[in-house]
Ligand binder design. Structure first.
Ligand code: ZN
Length: 305
C-alpha cells in the first residue's frame, strides 16, 4: 500500500481518521492499517486455543540441502513474466496450520514471517513452527521476537533494543533450522526495505530515530523486506476485505504499471489469522493460489528475490 497523500482537511469530518489512497485507487482509513501505534493481532488469535485439539501431522523430512540445490537448478522466475512472493505474517497463530497445509497441497514456494514469542506460547505453536521449517517449499523468516508488543513508537525509539529483539528471533531460527543462513526479516508494523539495491522507508513514518533502527539492523547483516501490496482485512474480525479475484487483478495492474519495487516481481503481504475457516479464509487462500497459477504467475521465496 502506498500513501499518495494524506488529507488533513478531511480529518475533522471523518471522526479524526486519516485516509490512505490504496494502490488500486480505493480509500482506506489510517486506523485500519498496521501502522497504527496500537495495532495488534486480533486478541482472539492470541488466546483462543480452539484449534488446539486438532491433530497435527508433522511431516518427517530428511533434512537435506534440497532447498538450496533446487533453487540453483530451477530458475523459473527468469523465464516467467511475473513472479509472486507470497508472504504470511505473524504466525504461528490460529490460521497458520491452514496456511501450511494449503502451501503443501499446492506445492508452491512461499515465505512465512514468524514471531518468536508466538512460537513459545504453547507446544502446538512450536510444532507448527517446526513443521513450516521442515517444509522445503517454505522459507521461515524473522518477524521479530516480540512484534514490538504492539507499541511501535516506543519500540523503534531504541536501535539497540530493536537489534537485540531481532537477534533473539534469529537465534531461535538458527537453533531449529540448520539451513538458516540468510538473515531475512520483516519489521513489525513497518513497510521498510533495506536490501543491497533497495532502500525504502515506510511512507507513514517520518522519524529519524526509526531510520537509525533500520540502518542498525542492516549493519548487523539483516535483509529487511517490506511489501508491494497487502491483502487487507477488517481489524474487527480479521475478515478479508477483497476477493481473491480482486487481489489478482490488482496485482496484475501493479505489475503492468511498473508499481512494484522490482519489475515483474510482486511481494504480497498476508496474515495467517485471516486464513482461518471463519469467513472461508482457507478457501480464499486456495482460490488465490489457483488463480495465480492459472494466470501464469511463478512462485518464489524471498531468498530468490
Ligand atoms: Zn506483523
Amino acid at each position: 500500500m502506498k500513501i499518495l497523500f494524506l488529507v488533513p482537511l478531511l480529518i475533522s469530518f471523518l471522526n479524526a481518521e486519516w485516509l490512505i489512497v490504496n494502490n488500486d485507487g480505493t480509500l482506506s482509513s489510517y486506523n485500519n492499517t498496521p501502522y497504527e501505534n496500537n495495532y495488534a493481532i486480533p486478541k482472539e488469535d492470541i488466546n483462543d486455543e480452539a484449534e488446539l485439539s486438532t491433530t497435527i501431522i508433522v511431516k518427517k523430512h530428511k533434512r537435506t540441502n534440497k532447498r538450496k540445490k533446487r533453487k540453483i537448478i530451477i530458475t523459473d522466475s527468469k523465464v516467467r513474466d511475473k513472479t509472486v512472493y507470497l508472504t504470511f505474517d505473524d504466525g504461528p497463530l490460529n490460521g497458520t496450520q491452514n496456511v501450511i497445509s494449503i502451501l503443501e497441497e499446492s506445492g508452491i514456494d512461499a515465505t512465512m514471517f514468524m514471531i518468536g514469542k508466538h512460537v513459545e506460547q504453547n507446544s502446538y505453536r512450536k510444532r507448527l513452527f517446526k513443521r513450516a521449517i521442515n517444509d522445503d517449499n517454505i522459507l521461515v523468516a524473522n518477524h521479530t521476537y516480540s512484534h514490538a508488543s504492539g507499541h511501535y513508537r516506543r519500540f523503534y525509539s531504541d536501535d539497540s533494543r530493536v537489534v537485540s529483539d531481532l537477534r533473539k528471533m534469529d537465534r531461535k531460527l538458527s537453533y531449529y533450522d540448520p539451513l538458516h543462513t540468510q538473515k531475512i526479516c520483516r519489521l513489525a508494523g513497518r513497510n521498510v526495505f533495506r536490501l543491497p539495491h533497495i532502500y525504502k522507508n515506510d511512507p507513514a513514518v517520518k522519524r529519524a530515530v526509526e531510520y537509525r533502527c533500520y540502518n542498525a539492523l542492516k549493519n548487523n547483516g539483516f535483509k529487511i523486506f517490506g511489501w508491494d501490496y497487502q491483502w487487507d482485512y477488517s481489524p474487527k474480525n480479521a475478515k478479508l476485505k477483497k476477493t481473491p479475484r480482486q487481489i489478482v487483478n490488482i496485482m496484475e495492474r501493479l505489475i503492468k504499471r511498473g508499481r512494484t519495487k522490482k519489475p515483474n516481481k510482486l511481494i504480497l503481504l498476508t496474515h495467517d489469522f485471516t486464513f482461518k475457516k471463519r469467513f472461508r479464509g482457507d478457501q480464499k487462500l486456495r482460490e488465490l493460489i489457483s488463480l495465480l497459477k492459472e494466470r501464469g504467475w511463478g512462485f518464489e521465496t524471498l531468498e530468490n528475490y
